[in-house]
Structures are given as C-alpha cells and as structure tokens.
Design a protein around this ligand. Sequence first.
Ligand SMILES: NC(=O)c1ccc[n+]([C@@H]2O[C@H](COP(=O)([O-])OP(=O)(O)OC[C@H]3O[C@@H](n4cnc5c(N)ncnc54)[C@H](OP(=O)(O)O)[C@@H]3O)[C@@H](O)[C@H]2O)c1
Length: 260
Amino acid sequence: MKVSDLFDVSGKVAIVTGGSRGIGEMIATGLVTNGVRTYITSRKAEVCDATAAKLGELGECISIPADLSTEDGLEDFVRTFSDREDRLDILVNNAGAAWGAPLGEFPAKGFDKVMNINVKAPFMLTQALLDKLKVGATQDDPARVIMTGSIDGIRVPFGDNFSYSASKAGIHMLARHLAHFVVSENITVNSIAPGPFESQMMAYMLDTEEKRAMVNAMVPRGRIGTPEDAAGVVLFLVSRAGAFITGAVIPLDGGISTHG
Ligand SMILES: NC(=O)c1ccc[n+]([C@@H]2O[C@H](COP(=O)([O-])OP(=O)(O)OC[C@H]3O[C@@H](n4cnc5c(N)ncnc54)[C@H](OP(=O)(O)O)[C@@H]3O)[C@@H](O)[C@H]2O)c1
C-alpha cells in the first residue's frame, strides 16, 4: 500500500496524441518523467520532434508525426508504432480542435473538422490499437484508454463553439460505451474533462492580463489548470491506484462543473 507501489507506472508503453504541446505535452511530461516509454503525435513534424527531443532529456519519448483526422494518417501512425512495439499499455486520445462561429453562420466544415479529430479519430485509433492494448492487459493491471474530453461537454459553454461542446459530450459517452464493451478484455476507458489550461487552443482567452483575470475568476478554485493537475489525474488513472475505475468522466476543472 505504499505510494511508490500504488502509483508506480515505470516500464509501461504509452501513446499521447496531440502530445507536442498544451495539455498533451503536460500529460506526456508526467508519463516520461515516471519511466513510461511515451510516443507523441501531432501534424506539425518539427514541433512534435522538438518536444520529443526536449522530453527525451527526462526519459524515453518518441515522435511519430501524423494527421489523425485522415484515414491514411491514422493507418500510417498505427503501422509505424506497431513496427516498434509489441504492446501498448496506455492510450491517451488527447489531440483535439475547436471552432467558434455565431449561430446562423456556423459553417458545416466547422462541424466536420471538430467531429473528425475530437470523436472519430479517438474511436478509430482505439479500435485500430485494441490488439496491442490486449497484449499486456491483466485483471490486476488493465490497459488504460483515456479520452481528453472537456468541461464544455458537461456544462453549456458561454461561447459559440457549438460543434466543440457536442464533440466533447460525444467523446464522454463514447468512452463509456467503449468501456462497457472492453471491460472483459481487461481494458479500462475513462475521460478527463478539463476546464481552462494554458495552451494554443486557449491562447485567445489568456493573451491579456484582463482576460486571464476573467478566466481565473470563472474558476471556483480561482486559477487555471497546471501541468501538475493534468499529469496528476492521468498518472492516477494509469497506475495501480486507478485500475478499478472505468467508464468515468472526471472533471478536471477547479470546480466549474459545480455550477451545474
Ligand atoms: N486548453 C484547455 O483549456 C482545454 C480545456 C478542455 C479540453 N481541452 C482539450 O484538451 C486537448 C488538448 O488541447 P490543448 O488545449 O492542449 O490544445 P492545443 O495546444 O491546440 O493542442 C492540440 C494538440 O493536438 C494536435 N492535433 C490537432 N489536430 C490534430 C490532428 N488532426 N492530428 C494529430 N494531432 C492533431 C496539435 O498538434 P498539430 O496542430 O501539430 O497537429 C496539438 O499537439 C483537446 O482535446 C482539447 O479539446 C483543452
């Protein structure tokens, strides 16, 4: 029952999609630092390679750039990963995109893009990697799939990001549906639902002191999320401590969801 045993994740193999920056980089940093061989992916190869090189100073981090919103990109990614690894212990489906436009002007492509990367890609990637996830999965130490959802998929957002909130509610439900189907294979599937974190996606809300203060004030805990907050909940979910949890949506939002 020692913390060092309950939370030991060393020797595992992980994929973090969208691991090149933002929340994905925070999660990858937590995994790499704690002895998990971690593959990160994103479209911009130079950024992905640079982040893997940076995290490589903390442990093992490998860059496989890919566009997961296309069938070819997803297949290439799975092939390249499978050539290198026999098994996968942790899959963090984190890559995502947002789109905002006024009601009445919201374009169809703003739905397709967001649904593709936020819902379809996590499903198709999980499906393509199921065999790899089963290899090392046991009742004591199941394989773990984690979706990065959003508080916007739980509570109606203030903004006009209609496809985003729908996609995040969708991925939360999809994770629960998948969890039910793979539980007997010793695979758990959970979602984390972040509130505001520092990232390119959130930059437009945090680029002045006034806006940052407003965002902080919107969070009951009085601040945005940090790398420790993102890495901490994932390390819990993928460790022995989190092995009995599946089908859950965990708000990671400093209390925003307590507003209902
Ligand atoms: N930041 C927040 O406050 C917040 C709150 C709630 C939920 N989230 C969720 O957290 C996740 C990470 O977002 P973030 O805030 O860290 O945003 P971000 O800084 O924009 O990072 C998004 C990541 O996804 C990658 N990506 C985007 N499209 C991709 C594609 N088609 N194929 C492969 N990789 C792709 C990006 O790299 P490339 O552009 O190079 O592809 C990048 O690595 C998302 O699912 C987001 O919805 C964020």
